[in-house]
Design a protein. Sequence first.
Length: 557
Amino acid sequence: MAKRIVVDPITRIEGHLRIEVEVDENNVIREAWSCIPLWRGFEVILKGRDPRDAGLMTQRFCGVCTYSHYEASILACENAFGVTPPPNARLVRNLIKSSQYLTDHIMHFYHLHGLDWADIVSALSGDPKKAVELAKSVHPDPWNCSETHYRAVQKRLTKFVKSGRLGPFANAYWGNPSFKLSPEANLVIVSHYLDALQISKIGAQMQAIFGGKNPHPQSLVVGGVSCVMDIKDAHRIGEYLFRLKEVKKFVDTAYIPDLLIAASYYKDEGLAGIGASVKNYLSYGGFPLDDEWHQTLLPKGVVKGADLANPLPLDEKKITEEVAHSWYAGEEKLHPYDGKTEPHYTGLDADRHVKGDEKYSWCKAPRYDNLPYEVGPLARFIVGYAQGDKRIKPLVDSTLKATGLPAKVLFSTLGRTAARGLETKLLADYTETWVNQLVANLKAGDDRTWTRCEVPRHAQGRGLTEAPRGALGHWLKIQDKVISNYQAVVPSTWNCSPRDAEKVRGPYEESLIGTRLANIEQPLEILRTIHSFDPCMACAVHVIDSRGKEIGRFKVL
């Protein structure tokens, strides 16, 4: 007999997310529903406003993805205005964005996702000498690696346990059979969990150098950037480079080695394809290498049905959203330019479960050519690998060779987690190139940072880019110089999508099907797979009417 399991809220993410599953007599998940329980009303708030203000407002969707929404909104305006920023603005935007990626990906692996792989309690029994040997087996000079340091980490953790004040380590599923790392592997990764707290701070400082502050940077404007004095200050550029090198060292000597350690223990799950999702992958392309976005560091394209031999070009016209199972009015499939955001809440059933055959989430259902698509680091690397990208393919191939695993392991929770780490290395290695290009431009006398532009009376535009979590699009229409319609399709809208009118599951939902829970009272496997997408539901927690009046407050217990 099927049993319903509800995980609400999913913790260690941005915002609120409810996952419901049905398991059979063998604790294997046969059905799954992904529900965002709170509404994002920003599209309503933006109507009637100057489009140039939208960037500063939309970055408030989230406290982590701030720059990404800022960028997407500015790009949408530039597309509508018909303006191209000068090269220096493109380079500085890439530097700000890279700092966000580096910070976000490191924070995700260690602080949001790492405790799905590493068992804190097990780390207490690890042998520090063997931990040193393990760390040096995957890198000749590991980050912060010594018997003395590992003993200090154990002492620190033991103090937490004895005091009863576990903080982020409390209420976890320690000892669950799905944890597979050895005590020494747990000790190495947990030590880097603590080290990564400092590295995340350094990444935030990098963003503030050219962005003005973190979070919610403020130096982007339609047509360019406003941080003119910082760009011209050699000391400021040096500060950025100094921090970049420290973050890069952590990526090379801690993050990537830890991924290799984890892969060696969890390879069977990767080979089994646990968490594979819909096996359709989409990327808009990110980090432009030229002013017209003809070339991007992160690729643009589509891979359908895990077919690596036949990557497809992206056709923006094939993007739609529908709300057949979402708490919005309407049934038609609409392109974002014509999108509507009209709430129509019908609630849960009498048992406080989602109405799986009806509407059950505030998340809409984005579709590409009528199919659900996964977005994010794995999607970008799948697309790049299929296209034979000269930077991505060698990086993936060398990692597969080091682990002795085939390419099919990419289609899994493990593959999704590894792709984020490899993307972090790609950016850590490449970012200095943009710094050098910026310095070269300044030395040649080109200090342009802005292209003059005016708000058109009537226009429409879209900003397509890649946030750390995946493909991000903002679409706007302008009438009489103000916004008449604004639609944002964020990465977690793609991934958290509920079923569509054809009852096809979204990526989160599909990724859980077939997963066996070792202990249904401790659904660790659900957390591990859902966390691998790096969910960001913060866009969904704003419940405001069109006059800015608060409708209600919600407390998640």
